[in-house]
Design a protein around this ligand. Sequence first.
Ligand code: PMP
Length: 360
Amino acid sequence: MGKRVHNFNPGPAALPLSVLEEIKEEFLDFKGTGMSVIEVSHRSKQFEAVLNEAIERTKRLLKLGDDFHVLFIQGGASLQFTMVPMNLAVDGKPVDYIHSGNWANNAIKEAKLIGKDVRVIATSQDKNFSYMPKDFQVDKDASYLHITSNETIRGTQWAQFPKVSVPLVSDMSSDFMSRPFDARPFGLIYAGAQKNVGPSGSAVVIVRKDMIERIPANLPTMFKYTTFAENNSLHNTPACFVIYVINLVLRWLEEKIGGLEAIEKINREKAKFLYDFMDRSGFYRGTAEKESRSFMNIPFRLPTEDLEAKFVAEATKAGFAGLKGHRSVGGCRASIYNATGIDAVKDLVSFMADFQKKAG
Ligand code: PMP
């Protein structure tokens, strides 16, 4: 086997090694079927058991109770940018959005594209999306308020979710399952699986049951949450392998880590270790404002772009993958999702200290 690297990719991203080994172990014979999980019927009892287990784990971890449907919908988080307004915008009521960066912007664009009455009620554009907006007024008649719980590119995160009288909708792609929170104010939560919970190819969508009533009946079948809710995500062939891996990752989270309180503690410790070092360094500069700093994605700059290019190249050679910033903003970024351990972060900090010594 080739050497495994410390993986700081923004997504697809690191998954727990023990999960990857389990996948390998049972790949040729999935649960005694004599077939792999990508060869069995999605309607086999073995696959359905996995699907139901993934749903139950999601509900247990997030303490959802029976008020919510957990759905798996192909098309990634980007399809949810369209499905959310299609399904949840009520005729004659605006849809409110907070514009916190690149991903929020993509959600806003799609809602406008399908002709919804979009109100952008707050933005952090004035300071280059380096913080999460604070003061805003939600129209009490709004169909919902859409937020992006964690902006993957800018490295900003809602420390506390806004308290509003309309249903909250959140894109949680890059901090899903990273911390506990009260799900009850959320009408809908969606997350591309490929950061904290699995491979790419599906979004996890959590929809509060009362939201189902407002879904227009005449939407195309595959664009309607009802189709997925009424058929336990088995209307058509789901992303079986993705769901299978999600279940294993959630099992790891529940049984090995000890749930969301435990993972949040670890996540905060990792981010603090890296940020404390950077703040002391006088060389590495975090770009997000302190109170909005994400504990999942940590973007930073070096004194010059030349040094940044050199840093990424040398880090890659030394076995640290994924440290280049997003192409739209440049610089560097370390994504430290659930499966990236504190050991990886400590090794990265040692590397960064050495690099600074040599360069500075
Ligand atoms: N929202 C956020 C916050 C993201 O980080 C991403 C992907 N990086 C997306 C949406 C888009 O996800 P997908 O590629 O699954 O469509």
